[in-house]
Design a protein around this ligand. Structure first.
Ligand code: ADP
Ligand code: MG
Length: 314
């Protein structure tokens, strides 16, 4: 199990009873959350859950909502400008001018944050390296792959060296190489002590990257905490078994059994003893399992336990 990494640990963002209604759609319903400085905080939920709405509110892009967001002690409602300078927001939809070069896009976004002259030039060069596009700075964005555009989109939000980086589903629809490159950018930001808020409907990514998470579904917060806290809280000791000749009926005498992927999950208060008994039984029956292992719960399982739905199918 992953260790919880907390660099500063001080509260950096407090989300206070945030609700958002779009006409008849209640996109968010009284969300309350706190985010620690230096953490990588995952906002997880199926499509339509309200992730992007929350990210837009956090970044100050969406200003009409109920409740408040306190960033480093300041309300985003009362002091919008100061708070915005602390934040780099990478929207879910790529926002670039394709007829311009990568560098010109960076210059444009940098100037929006008040950078100019040598500082803007130096920061752009640094960011191009950071996103692995230093050799493509003079090329027009229209010639870039989807993954390269995503990386440039990230770069545009990093020019003013924000201490809080908000990334809305940055890995959707990109090639594995760009995905790894984005993970490296995130690891670098984490090393520097930045606070990262990362939304995704890919559970494995969030498990890999984030130390704390919030699960949201249909606009409501359904669970939050550090990854370890949640995995411990919902841990049901169990075994995973698969292979030819193994079925639910043969496993039922050993505990409650359910189908899981191409095998079965067998719940057991004492999984090691059950494992021993199963090995004896399989020897008698002359059955060789393909897999027979202690099962570690995943975020996907927690989400399913709480909502009764699979995240991917929603
Ligand atoms: P997610 O990012 O988790 O997919 P969103 O925050 O984009 O979710 O959307 C939450 C809900 O709000 C969805 O039902 C979506 O259709 C609705 N929604 C989002 N943006 C708007 C908008 N500008 N106008 C009306 N409804 C919207
Ligand atoms: Mg979204």
């Amino acid at each position: 199990m992953k260790a919880t990494v907390k660099k500063g640990g001080d509260l950096v963002i407090k989300i206070e009873n945030v609700s958002k209604q779009y006409d008849s759609i209640q996109a968010l319903e009284t969300i309350q959350l706190t985010i620690s400085e230096g953490s990588c905080f995952g906002i997880v939920g199926p499509n339509g859950a309200g992730k992007s709405t929350l990210m837009k509110i956090l970044s100050g892009v969406l200003q009409s909502f109920d409740g408040d967001i306190i960033v480093k002690g300041q309300s985003v409602k009362k002091s919008k400008l100061d708070v915005k300078r602390l934040i780099g927001y990478i929207p879910q939809d790529i926002c670039l001018e394709e007829t311009l070069t990568a560098k010109d896009n960076l210059f444009y976004f940098g100037s929006l944050y008040g950078l100019k002259g040598k500082e803007l030039h130096d920061r752009s060069e640094k960011v191009l390296k950071q996103i692995g596009l230093d050799e493509r700075g003079k090329d027009k964005v229209v010639t870039f792959s989807g993954g390269m555009k995503r990386r440039l989109n990230i770069g545009c939000a990093l020019l003013h060296e924000p201490s809080i980086v908000i990334m809305d589903e940055p890995t959707v629809g990109i090639d594995p190489q760009s995905r790894n490159s984005i993970f490296s950018i995130i690891h670098e930001l984490k090393e520097k002590g930045s606070t990262i808020i990362y939304s995704s409907h890919y559970m494995e990514e969030v498990e890999q990257l984030c130390d704390s998470i919030a699960l949201i579904d249909k606009g409501a917060l359904i669970e939050s905490g550090t990854m370890d806290e949640l995995l411990d809280k919902y841990n049901k000791p169990s075994l995973f078994i698969s292979g030819e000749g193994i079925n639910e009926m043969s496993l039922n005498p050993f505990g409650e059994t359910e189908v899981k992927g191409n095998g079965y999950l067998l719940q057991s208060e004492d999984p090691l003893t059950t494992l021993e008994k199963l090995i004896v039984e399989f020897r008698i029956q002359n059955v060789l399992p393909r897999k027979l292992e202690l099962y570690q719960p995943k975020l996907e399982d927690i989400f399913f336990d709480l909502t009764g739905t699979q995240l991917r199918d929603s």
